[in-house]
Design a protein around this ligand. Sequence first.
Ligand code: AVI
Length: 365
Amino acid sequence: MSLIPEGDPVASRRLSEAELVASVSPDAPDSDVDSVIVDPRRAGAATLEFARSVALGLSDTPPWLHSRFLYDDIGSRLFEEICEQPEYYLTRTEAGILEQCASRIREATGPVTLIELGSGNSGKTDYLLAAYAATEPSVRYVPIDVSAGILNQAKDAISVRHPTVTVTGVADTYERAFPLFKEFSPAMVLFLGSSIGNFDQRESDVFWQGVSDALSPRDFVLLGVDLVKEESLFNAAYNDAAGVTAQFTKNLFARINRELGAGIDLDAVEHVAHYNSEWQRVEIYARFLSRQDVYLEPLDRTIVVPKRTMVMTEISRKYDLEKMKEYLRCYDFAVREVFTDKKRWFGLLLLQRLPQMPRKSADQR
Ligand code: AVI
C-alpha cells in the first residue's frame, strides 16, 4: 500500500519539503486516496525530549510542566470526556455556532482545502465538511494531530459520512506541518476549541508568525476563542463535578511514571484550577500533598519536589474580541466575520491573510 497516491506530484513534493519519513500506521485501511503521514524517527527522541522538559520545568521557580504532554492516548481520551461534561460549555457552544454558520463560512471562503490543527476526533468539523461537500464535487481535508491513532479513527468515520472528502492526515506537531500549508492553497486553517488559549504570550506570538508566514495571501483561518465572561462559569468548567478534569491533570504525572519511570505517588497529586481575572486566564496546577523524589530514568536524575509545591500544568486564556482583532492585525490577518452564540460566550473568527504590504526602506521614511 502506498502512502501517497501514486502520480500525485503535489503530495510527493509535500513530503520531501516537510522532510517527513512516510509510513502508514498498521491499522490504517488500505486505500489509494486517503493517507496518514507519520514520522517514525521521532519516537525515541520524543521520550528524551519529554524527560528534559520535565526536568527543566520541575526544577524551575515557580515549577511548571508543558501542557502539550497532557495529550498521550489516555489524556486525549480524557479530554474528549471533559468535552462532554455539563460544566464544560466550550465544545457544545462552538459546535452550535458551527452548525448555524457552516454554510455562511463556505460562502465567504469559496472552495478551499480544510487544514485542521489539533484535529482530535474531528467531531465539530463535521458541520464544515458537510457544508463544503454539499457545494463541491470533491473536498480535501488535512487533519493534523500528534496522535496517528486518532487520525485513523477520524479518517474512517469521515470516509463513511462524506465519501467525496479526501482525508490526508498528518501525525505531527502543528509547527512541523506549517511547511505543508502553501501546497494546499487556497486553504482555510481551522484552529478550533480555543486551543490558542493554552499558549502563553510568547508561544502565541511564535504561532501567529509561523501561520502568517506559512499561508499564502488570501488564505483563511477559522479561529475558535473562549470569551471573557462571569468567572464562576470558568471555575465550574475546569472543576467538573465528575472529576474528569482532575483525572486529566493527574494523568500527566501517571504518564511521567509510565514513560520516565518516575515513581510519583499519584495520591499525593491534587488538581487545582481557578480563574485569574487580572490575567484573564484559568490557571491549572498540581498541588503536591507530600514530598516526592521524581526519578527521570532517561536522564538518570532525581528532582525533589517539596510538600505543598504547586506545579503549573496549563493555562487557558480567555479573550476580548476587540483586543484579539488588533493583535491579529499585527500578523497581517484581517477579521472578515465574527460568529458567536446568543450569550456571547464563545467566538469563531474568520480571518484572511492579507497580502504583505511592501515595507518602507529606511531612505523612503
Ligand atoms: C484544549 N483546551 C482548549 C482545553 C481548555 O479549555 O483550555 C484544555 C482543558 N484543560 C482542562 N480542561 C480543558
